[in-house]
Design a protein around this ligand. Structure first.
Ligand code: HEM
Length: 511
C-alpha cells in the first residue's frame, strides 16, 4: 500500500468519525426537541470533564436555560450521549411517580457476573431491583434505625475528642474532613459491622479500598465513556469491569469473614449486616437475634451482600456529612438562627438526661426546619437520574422518549428557582414551618428523590445528619473562619464541597 492510499484511508476514517460524532450530536434536533448547542465530541458537560465547574452548577444552568425559554424540557449531550433535561413539575411527577413503570432504573453500568460489586441497589435494573429493594426496605424502618442509634452516639465521642483539642488551641477546623470520618465510621459500623475508628486512623485499609474504587480519575472517566458508548452485549462478552478486582476481593472477603464469624458464634449486632444475613438465609428480616444460619436456600450471595453494604456506604456517608457541613456553614453565617437552634437543643436534651437520644432528636422541630432548608439551599445530590426502560410519549406533545434515554432532573435548579422558593439565596428555615410548607409545590423539593425509587436510606440519613448537627451545636459556638473562601466556590468533587475547605472556628461552650 503506497503513502497516498494510506493518506486517503486516514482522511476517510477521520471523515467517518467526524460525521458519526455530528450525527450522534444531532439526536435532539432530529427528534424535534429544543437543545443547547454541544461542544464537538465533549457535548454540554465539558466544564464537568475539565473540572472547571461543579456538576450541580452545570445542571442548574441547563435548568435555567430551558426554563427561561418557557420550555418544560430540553436536550443536552454528555459527550455523545443524549440527556433529557426536565424543568416542569407535572412531567417530573409523571417520571418519578405516575408513569414510573417507564422510568424504573437509574443510569449506571452493571455487570454482575464479571463485576459483582456493581450489582448494588442503586445500579440494579427492572425486576432484579424490585426484588432486592423489597427485601431491603424493611431494614430501614424506624424500629431498625432506632436499634442502630447507639452506634451513632458512640461515634460522637471520638468526634468530640478531636474537636475539643482544636477548640482548646483556638485552631480553626476544616469541618468537612472530620464529618466525613464521623459519618464514615457510623456507616462502616452499621453496614459492615466493623469498628474502624477512622477519626483515630484516617488511612485505614477500608477507606483506602473505597478511595480506590470510587475516586474520580481519568481512568474512571474513560471507563464511563466506554460503558455508555459501546454496546452492552460487547462489554459483557469482554467481561468489562468498572471496579478493580482487588477491591472486589477485599470487600467480598470482609463480608464473608464477618458472616462466617457471626454464624459460627451466633453473634448479634444491631446493624444492617445482621439484617443482610437474615435476608441471605430466609429472604426476609425480623426484629430478633436469629440468623437462621441452618437454612439451605441462600437468597443473597456474598458478592450481592458486599454490593449492598458498599451501596449503603457510598450513598450514605458523604451525603450525610455534606448535609451536616452545609447546615453548620449556614449556622455560622446566621448567629440568630444558631442561637435559636441551640436553645431548642438544650431544652430538649435537659428532658433527656442531657444525652442525645433518638426521641430527643425527633422532638426538635426547629432542627427539622434548619435541616430541610439546608438541603434546599445546598442539596447533596446534583440531580435525580432515570433511564427510560419503556418508550414514553410526553402527554400533550408529539415527543417520544426512546428506551435507553437518560433523564436528568436538576435538583439545584428546582431548589433555587424563585418561582418555587422566593429569594432562593436567603437561608430561611421558616420556609418549612407548618404554614409555609403548604406553599411549596409538589415535586419542587427533591433532596431524597421521589417515588418508588427514592432514597431508601432517607430516615437513616436524616437522623445521622441531625445527630452530627446536634453534637456540634450543643457543644460549640460556631463562626466562619477567614480561611473559608467567600463567595464560596464548589470544588469538583461528586457532591458539593467548598474549594479550599470549610473552615470553622469552634468555641467550646461552658456547661
Ligand atoms: C442526607 C443524606 C442523604 C441524602 C441527601 C440522600 C439522597 C439520595 C438521593 C437523591 C437518591 C436518589 C433518589 C432517586 O433517584 O429518586 C438516593 C438514593 C439512595 N440512597 Fe440516599 N441519601 C442520603 C442518605 C442515605 C443513607 C444514609 C443511605 C444508606 C444507609 C442511603 C442509601 C441510598 C440508596 C441505597 C439509594 C438507591 C435507592 C434505589 O436505587 O432503590 N442514602 N439518596
Amino acid at each position: 500500500m503506497n503513502f497516498v492510499t494510506l493518506v486517503y484511508i486516514f482522511l476517510s476514517l477521520v471523515g467517518i468519525i467526524f460525521f458519526y460524532i455530528k450525527w450522534k450530536q444531532s439526536y435532539w434536533s432530529r427528534r424535534g426537541v429544543d437543545y443547547i448547542e454541544p461542544d464537538f465530541f465533549f457535548g454540554n458537560t465539558t466544564a464537568i470533564t475539565k473540572r472547571t465547574k461543579h456538576r450541580s452548577k452545570v445542571f442548574e444552568s441547563f435548568y435555567r436555560h430551558f426554563k427561561s425559554k418557557g420550555q418544560k424540557f430540553g436536550g443536552v449531550y454528555d459527550f455523545l450521549k443524549p440527556v433529557f433535561i426536565v424543568t416542569d413539575l407535572e412531567l417530573i411527577r409523571n417520571i418519578l411517580q405516575r408513569d414510573f413503570s417507564h422510568f424504573v432504573n437509574h443510569v449506571g453500568f452493571i455487570n454482575e457476573d464479571a463485576d459483582p460489586i456493581t450489582g448494588h441497589l442503586f445500579n440494579l435494573k427492572n425486576d432484579k431491583w424490585k426484588n432486592i429493594r423489597s427485601k431491603l426496605t424493611p431494614t430501614f424502618t424506624t424500629v431498625k434505625i432506632k436499634m442502630m442509634f447507639d452506634t451513632m452516639t458512640q461515634c460522637i465521642k471520638g468526634l468530640e475528642k478531636i474537636l475539643d483539642q482544636n477548640a482548646a488551641l483556638n485552631d480553626p477546623v476544616d469541618i468537612k474532613k472530620y464529618m466525613l470520618l464521623f459519618t464514615s465510621d457510623i456507616i462502616t459500623s452499621v453496614a459492615f459491622g466493623l469498628d474502624v475508628d477512622s477519626l483515630k486512623n484516617p488511612k485505614n485499609d477500608f477507606r483506602k479500598h473505597f478511595a480506590n474504587v470510587f475516586k474520580p480519575s481519568f481512568k474512571s472517566l474513560v471507563k464511563k465513556f466506554i460503558s455508555e458508548n459501546l454496546p452492552r452485549w460487547f462489554l459483557v462478552a469482554v467481561k468489562f469491569r468498572m471496579t478493580r478486582k482487588t477491591a472486589e476481593d477485599f470487600f467480598v472477603k470482609v463480608v464473608k469473614d464477618i458472616v462466617e464469624h457471626r454464624e459460627k458464634h451466633s453473634v448479634y449486632r444491631k446493624d444492617f449486616m445482621h439484617l443482610l444475613i437474615q435476608i441471605k438465609n430466609t429472604g426476609e428480616t425480623t426484629d430478633n437475634e436469629n440468623l437462621n444460619s441452618n437454612s439451605t436456600i441462600k437468597h443473597l450471595s456474598y458478592g450481592e451482600m458486599a454490593a449492598q453494604a458498599i451501596a449503603f456506604y457510598v450513598a450514605g456517608f458523604e451525603t450525610s456529612s455534606t448535609t451536616v457541613c452545609f447546615a453548620l456553614f449556614e449556622l455560622a453565617l446566621h448567629s440568630d438562627i444558631q442561637n435559636r437552634l441551640r436553645e431548642e437543643i438544650q431544652s430538649v436534651m435537659k428532658k433527656h438526661n442531657n444525652q442525645i437520644t433518638y426521641d430527643g432528636i425527633m422532638e426538635m422541630e426547629y432542627l427539622d426546619l434548619v435541616f430541610k432548608e439546608s438541603l434546599r439551599k445546598t442539596s447533596t445530590a446534583s440531580a435525580i437520574s432515570r433511564e427510560c426502560n419503556k418508550e414514553y410519549s410526553i402527554p400533550g406533545t408529539d415527543v417520544v422518549i426512546e428506551q435507553g434515554t437518560e433523564i436528568l432532573i436538576p435538583i439545584h435548579g428546582l431548589h433555587n428557582d424563585p418561582e418555587h422558593f422566593p429569594e432562593p439565596d436567603k437561608f430561611d428555615p421558616e420556609r418549612f414551618n407548618e404554614e409555609n410548607r403548604k406553599k411549596i409545590p409538589p415535586f419542587a423539593y427533591l433532596p431524597f428523590g421521589e417515588g418508588p425509587r427514592n432514597c431508601i436510606g432517607l430516615r437513616f440519613g436524616k437522623i445521622q445528619s441531625k445527630v452530627g448537627i446536634v453534637a456540634i451545636i450543643s457543644r460549640y459556638k460556631v463562626t466562619l473562619n477567614a480561611k473559608t473562601q467567600q463567595p464560596i466556590k464548589y470544588a469538583s468533587n461528586r457532591v458539593p464541597t467548598i474549594e479550599g475547605g470549610m473552615w470553622l472556628n469552634l468555641e467550646k461552650l461552658s456547661n
